[in-house]
Ligand binder design. Structure first.
Ligand code: GLC
Length: 417
């Protein structure tokens, strides 16, 4: 009973809010009335005052007849996907525009959750960097409009470290010795059990020379030995104090807070953190560098980012489509991502215009080397299996060799025998 009445009053509130938020929502639903578009997107950048909200405000100034508002999804990628999937599986029209992580394109397209963007392909392709454009396609068809890209950076304390390390081993040696001298912790990244953990693991595995599949994803190319190397590196870093004690519960924001408060020497994180550190006068002095590798040659990062999709169940497909094309191709909106949020744009010309910006300059070096996670419809299952097998191994609670073999066996089930 209590639950039911609480639910009823919540529903009443929701109806009131919906009416209040809907221009013309109280005029009986005339044909052609404007309805506020809903943009379901999550992560730190979607928070009130964050850069996605500023982009929405810019659209609203320019398009007062088709305003948009953000429906804030959780910070964690896996939970964002879950919330979108709940609405889309029910064919709900609650979300018009979906912030689609680059790893979900195949799944959403196969599930028929998205409106195809083939009819606006030319305009979008002409404006966009090749890697992010690729991430927006599945089966040669354009399903989402590129919006923001992403690549991992190494953040380091310039008051404590002279030169950024170029190998993972150097990084850990320095993390441990500086941390000991300073009475702080060493290195933090995303070690909690979620998609970010898989991203961090892959960056070690790829930088050891590993691959998951062959180029056209018809065969597994997983190298168990390199998988063991990556996992052992992480397990050692946990055990010997290279990783900060909070590593295995940290997502992006927890890692940022640790670094921002001066509690660690090094951090692996995405570029959005740069602007937040710069804005904070109390934050330690820092700089950014490419992620190390095992040999010290080159750099490899996971390619991340969010593209905007038009929900197939939206009641306002035309306006939603206009918005996603605008967000991909409008120079002011794309520039805003970089200048207001240090979030990597997908529009090529913005990189030339902002070549002197330190974040954009480093992105110029690392984005070309960033590797996509396989955009297959089954990526979520693969990721969950990698989390299940590898997280305990990194935390000293499961045998490394057999955990890595379990990942290989799972990958084998995803290709035709
Ligand atoms: C960032 C990336 C996204 C990735 C996520 C993992 O948001 O842009 O692609 O999946 O981090 O935590």
């Amino acid at each position: 009973m209590r639950i039911r009445s609480a639910w009823l009053s919540l529903t009443a509130v929701a109806v009131l809010v919906a009416v209040a938020c809907t221009p013309g929502g109280d005029d009986g639903g005339d044909e052609g009335e404007t309805r506020q578009l809903v943009w379901a997107i999550g992560g730190a950048e979607a928070q009130p005052g964050g850069v996605h909200e500023q982009v929405a405000e810019l659209w609203n100034e320019q398009n007062p007849d088709t305003p948009i508002r953000i429906e804030l999804l959780p910070e964690e990628a896996d939970q964002q996907r879950e919330q979108q999937a709940l609405e889309l599986q029910a064919q709900g029209s609650g979300f018009d525009v979906l912030g689609v992580d680059v790893i979900w394109t195949g799944e959403y397209a196969e599930n028929e959750w998205l409106e195809s963007l083939e009819d606006v392909r030319g305009e979008i392709e002409g404006a966009t960097l090749p890697g992010p454009f690729e991430s927006a396609t599945w089966g040669d068809e354009l399903w989402v409009a590129p919006y923001n890209s992403n690549a991992g950076f190494l953040y380091y304390r310039t008051d404590l470290v002279d030169e950024p390390p170029t190998t993972w081993d150097e990084l850990c040696e320095e993390a441990i010795s500086v941390a000991e001298d300073e009475g702080i912790n060493g290195f933090i990244g995303q070690g909690a059990r979620y998609e970010g953990f898989v991203v961090n693991w892959l960056e070690y595995y790829w930088s050891a020379g590993g691959e998951l599949y062959n180029e056209d994803q018809t065969q597994v190319a997983f190298d168990t030995e390199l998988g063991v190397q990556a996992t052992e590196f992480m397990a050692d870093a946990m055990a010997d104090g290279c990783y900060a004690p909070g590593f295995n519960t940290a997502q992006e924001e927890e890692a940022r807070n640790e670094f921002q408060q001066g509690n660690v020497v090094f951090m692996r994180n995405w570029p959005y953190v740069h602007s937040l550190l710069e804005e904070d006068e109390e934050a330690p002095e820092f700089d950014i560098a490419p992620l190390p590798t095992f040999t010290g040659d080159g750099t490899i990062s996971a390619l991340g980012g969010f593209n905007n999709g038009v929900s197939a169940f939206s009641d306002n497909i035309d306006a939603a489509k206009e918005f996603v094309v605008w967000a991909a191709t409008n120079e002011e909106a794309q520039t805003m991502l970089a200048t207001e949020g240090s979030v990597p744009p997908t529009m090529a010309s913005v990189y030339d215009d902002l070549a002197d910006d330190p974040v954009m300059a480093l992105l110029g070096d690392v984005l070309g080397e960033a590797k996509p996670r396989p955009p297959a419809p089954e990526w979520n299952e693969i990721s969950v299996e990698m989390q299940r097998a590898l997280f305990p191994a990194v935390n000293g609670e499961a045998d490394i060799q057999s955990s890595v073999e379990a990942v290989r066996s799972h990958l084998e089930t995803t290709v035709e025998q």
